[in-house]
Ligand binder design. Sequence first.
Ligand code: SF4
Length: 638
Amino acid sequence: MALAVAHTLVHGGSLVVEAGTGVGKTFAYLVPALLSGERVLVSTATKTLQDQLFARDIPELLQALGLPLRLAMLKGRGSYVCQQRLELAQQATSLPDRQAFNTLAQVQAWARTTTTGDLAEVPNLDERSALIPLITSNRDNCLGSPCPHWRECHVNAARREAMAADVVVINHHLFFADMAVRESGMAELLPTVRVVIFDEAHQLNETGIQFLGKQLGTGQLLDLARDVLAAGLQLARGLVDWQKVVSEFEKTLRDWRLVVGKHPANTKLKWSDPEPHGVHPLDWAQALHDLSESTERLQAAVENVVDAAPDFQRLHERLSDVLSLITHFENPCAPGSVRWVEVGGQMRCFEAPLDIAETVQNKLLGSDLAIPAEGSAGAPLPRSWIFTSATLGDDDKLSWFTEPCGLNNAQVLRMQSPFDYQAQAWVHVPRLMVPPKDPGHSAEVGDTAIQIARALGGRTLVLTTTLRALRAIGAQMQEAFGDSGELEVLMQGESPKRELMSRFRKAIEPGEKGCVLVASASFWEGFDVPGEALQAVVIDKLPFPPPNDPLVEARSQRLEAQGRSSFNDYFLPEAAVSLKQGAGRLIRRETDRGALVVCDNRLVNTGYGRRLLAGLPPMKRIEQLPELLSALREIAKT
Ligand code: SF4
């Protein structure tokens, strides 16, 4: 892998590398990149890996290689404390909850001494804390150069450092956010870099479409209304009846939300007609029209006082952006994109491209002008793009990744994991279990997981495909173990992921109780527990994408329209990648041992199931549960 990366660095172009667990992919791209003498940008999907590269891997390598390179890390605004908003939060008479008061005191103490302003430094800060939006800035509420803290602003300092560094570590969110709004500093950074490396590249497509599309939501509009009211009352009191104009605007917002009706949280309504599914067309059109008029009235009010303070100029721009978004959503969806409405308490309209292929080809590779090689007066070289991850597809071309990312012409390399899976791991599929669509399926999965966790004294991760299964299996395991105190049963959502992972790891320390974790969604990847603490992964069913999701449906329809099979070319590769990721939680080191249990007999009873099974690492099959349980009891003793 290192040689392939080095070759791409010399000649330019795109290289896609799938490097199985244990290959050492981070060093395999970092060593040639650092030795190349080029300016390097490394982007990760998660802040965890971003922090690890910046704080550990790259400094270690720079020291080992004796390279005096300058390293910087750049995150999105939401990762840095904003001194201006921290001050406002301190003066606020009310905060979202009691916990927020304690967190604020902790952040205040830390903010006096931090040099980076990166909130990741605050010990045990819950990334879901309701305080965070109040003490960080976004593009809308940052005051920019008139800000009294402009000179010592952490966001600005991080950008300055990134501009001066030889190696900059960023994340995919920042990369794509900047392509959409060009404000995070990447716009200046990218043209000066010749080597761009995307680690955890499997998340590139889904991250990209979030930022390349458009969004308009009631939450965002309520924030804007509140900002107008606060600025109006503070800086232009008496010049406009702010209460009246803002409450009129809020009323049209409520009316707009009401036309969509009541739905459970996180419902996604399809939107292929001019109006979202199930909404009366005339009501929808009228509500959008009223919203547009009310936004215009709010903007006119702001325009009256625009010279009173710089804040009003920014509010005026934000209102213009909202007006263009409303017009956008009044018109038909852009070709090649899909629309939907997410609704629960609040409502958000989305329009997203189906993938990032066009953007990558036109804006990245297509605009890839040759730039001079660092330190050389010689011929200019094209840019080098490296994309890598442990899981990028289920065929030799890695089409699951390369197609939606527009990388059909990239060089592709697959590096197998060096682990001896036959000796280290077992795979078991309970053949007699009821099929996944049977209402009794979760209970049978729970029974199997209980037996496995009991054989191992904990050390078991249960991965579910739905939140409903998570709750059902979690409750069943809690009843079996938690109530008697035999084992600790953790469930996703009760604490931040970082904390759950650390409690799970500690469970094998002397005096600690064995531990089971039941989780879904984000735990299928990035849950890294090497060693004896994790010896069984139980998966409830094959992780096919939900067919009713508007994005999934639009992608399958596009494939069918091209005469392709959406099942073979989309659903199966998606399931294969997720299954590999889930299974990948089990064996993290050469000495690890354990079992993967997939409670979905389609894996052995159907042709496509066997294709999915063949895509997993070559683990030893165990047919009978009792045999597996005694094997697990054996490894638990060692
Ligand atoms: S410039 Fe923006 S981000 Fe920086 S302190 Fe001021 S408001 Fe906050």
